[in-house]
Write a protein that binds this ligand. Structure first.
Ligand SMILES: Nc1ncnc2c1ncn2[C@@H]1O[C@H](COP(=O)(O)OP(=O)(O)OP(=O)(O)O)[C@@H](O)[C@H]1O
Ligand SMILES: [Mg+2]
Length: 256
């Protein structure tokens, strides 16, 4: 059965997509069968892999209307062991359409659970909000990974996210646990970044991953070539960090 991991933080631009794509690719390199699900209408994970959801003609939104064809919409990527369920901008309509549906928080779970037999990991790249798409991801996932950018408001954002997580765990999905907090875009020359790192480690001593993702220009360049960091520049600090994160994720047991 797949480990189902939601990569979530309602704050925008903190490294959710960069982490989803490169963690998925790194796990795939370890010969783990991975399905990356692009849950964000911005479709950044889809384009970062050089794919286009329109080619599939099908994403999480279209499956609301016709959920027969889910497996035909899963795209093989150029990377062995890595498949993608793409997003298109149509996905933005899903939030609205789900509002008056019954069991609206469990739409992803009902649709995607049958895929858990076929993969070692299902990674969900969430949009920057705590709306119904993120809620659906948290109701389907068993593990939550929170990317945290080492900046001033980072910890305020995480408190709100953790409140949502607690509510979901209590009321909707008792099986979910926080796997860890991953510090992203870390610049050791920046004093504030160091302070945020220290404060995060003080607040969440068991949860912060040992691996820290450095600010690395190669990581920001890779998506424009439709490549993961492993395929764009395997020798970069960014590639090194995501490979280390994948090993840590693989080894880490849930901290309850
Ligand atoms: N470690 C890093 N070093 C340098 N640039 C990075 C790093 N991580 C992410 N970036 C860049 O920062 C921007 C935001 O990253 P990303 O898209 O992964 O965040 P996100 O949380 O998915 O954003 P959104 O909330 O819009 O979905 C992107 O341009 C990305 O290339
Ligand atoms: Mg994103």
């Amino acid at each position: 059965m797949a480990r189902i991991i939601a990569i979530a933080n309602q704050k925008g631009g903190v490294g959710k997509t960069t982490t989803s794509v490169n963690l998925s690719a790194s796990l795939a390199l370890m010969e783990k069968k991975v399905l990356l699900v692009d849950c964000d209408p911005q479709a950044n994970s889809t384009s970062a892999l050089g794919m286009d959801g329109k080619n599939a003609g099908y994403d999480l939104y279209t499956s609301l209307v016709d959920n027969e064809n889910l497996s035909s919409s899963i795209l093989k990527t150029d990377i062995d062991y890595l498949d993608l369920l793409p997003a298109t901008t149509d996905l933005a309509a899903l939030e609205l359409e789900l509002v008056d549906k019954e069991k609206r928080e469990y739409f992803f779970k009902e649709l995607l659970s049958p895929l858990a037999d076929e993969y070692d990991y299902i990674i969900l790249d969430c949009p920057p909000s705590l709306g119904l798409i993120t809620l659906n991801s948290l109701c389907f996932a068993e593990e939550l990974v929170i990317p945290l950018q080492c900046e001033f408001f980072a910890l305020e954002g995480i408190v709100k996210l953790l409140q949502t997580y607690e509510t979901v765990k209590k009321k909707l999905n008792p099986d979910i646990n926080v796997l860890g907090v991953i510090l992203t875009m870390y610049d050791s020359r920046n004093k504030l970044a160091k302070q945020v790192k220290a404060e995060t480690e003080r607040c969440f001593p068991k949860l912060v991953f040992k691996t820290i993702i450095p600010r690395n220009v190669r990581l920001s360049e890779a998506p424009s070539f439709g490549k993961t960091i492993l395929h764009y520049d395997i020798k970069s600090k960014g590639a090194e960090a995501y490979l280390a994160l994948a090993k840590e994720v693989e080894a880490r047991k849930i901290v309850k």
